[in-house]
Design a binder for this molecule. Structure first.
Ligand code: URA
Length: 234
């Protein structure tokens, strides 16, 4: 009797913790107004359109985000792009100059290389969703700071929860640290399968790192082949 009461109390405490965390993340994204926005019209949409609509709603809510200092310098907030119905997400670090200009992820040189890497494993932007940990460009492409990451991360978590990918390819050390909540070099983090947000995740080199050091291409090729194998075996 006492044990089952303890179990119920623990479950209640967990529920309260989870609700508190959820409300805090909503507050970070949306500000003081908490949106309890159950939209009954969503139920009449086919499931694939539902995800697109919910993702578009999130975009409209956060596109003018002022939660960190990067907002003042941006031309565009780079939300991400691709197929909302996908099982695959590719997540990088932060927009660079060209991404900020166009409002789209991975459109510069690193993006062109990323497209080639994806094509080599039969993927294209039509069958995945690409985004970044930070949605606004840090000046001179410096590493994101702790305030920027904690202001922006809840948006990424919302995107993952809407899309519900089964596979996540993480590009580079900075994105890996945020998503895996782990430190360590890229060499230590790659070549392992992680379970995050109900998805299988792999880490590989950021394409910008490959542009600086082509010797990393061999390991990247191994990583993406493993990623392809995970997808095929699922
Ligand atoms: N580097 C990233 O991490 N993301 C982009 O969108 C572009 C370059």
């Amino acid at each position: 009797m006492e044990t089952s009461q303890n179990n119920i109390s623990n479950e209640l405490l967990n529920l309260i913790d989870e609700s508190e965390e959820f409300l805090k993340s909503q507050q970070i994204i949306y500000g003081e107004d908490i949106f309890l926005d159950f939209d009954a019209a969503l139920l009449s949409l086919p499931p694939q359109e539902r995800k697109r609509k919910v993702l578009a709603d999130l975009f409209y809510r956060v596109r003018k985000c002022q939660n960190c200092a990067l907002a003042a310098k941006r031309k565009h907030m780079v939300f991400g792009s691709g197929n909302a119905e996908t099982e695959i997400m590719v997540i990088g670090e932060a927009p660079g100059f060209y991404e900020d200009q166009k409002g789209l992820p991975f459109v510069g040189e690193a993006g062109k290389l990323l497209d080639k890497i994806l094509a080599a494993i039969d993927l294209s932007r039509d069958n995945l969703f690409i985004t970044n940990v930070l949605k606004c460009r840090p000046p001179e492409n410096r590493d994101p700071d702790i305030n920027e990451k904690s202001a922006c991360f809840p948006i990424l978590v919302e995107q993952i929860k809407i899309i519900k990918p089964k596979f996540i390819l993480i590009l580079g050390r900075i994105a890996a640290h945020s998503l895996l909540n782990m430190d360590g070099s890229l060499t230590a983090l790659r070549n392992k399968v992680y379970d995050i947000y109900d998805a299988k995740a792999l880490v590989t080199y950021h394409p910008a790192a490959l542009l600086r050091d082509a010797s990393k291409k061999r390991e990247t090729w191994q990583d993406v082949q493993l990623f392809q194998k995970l997808i095929k075996e699922a």
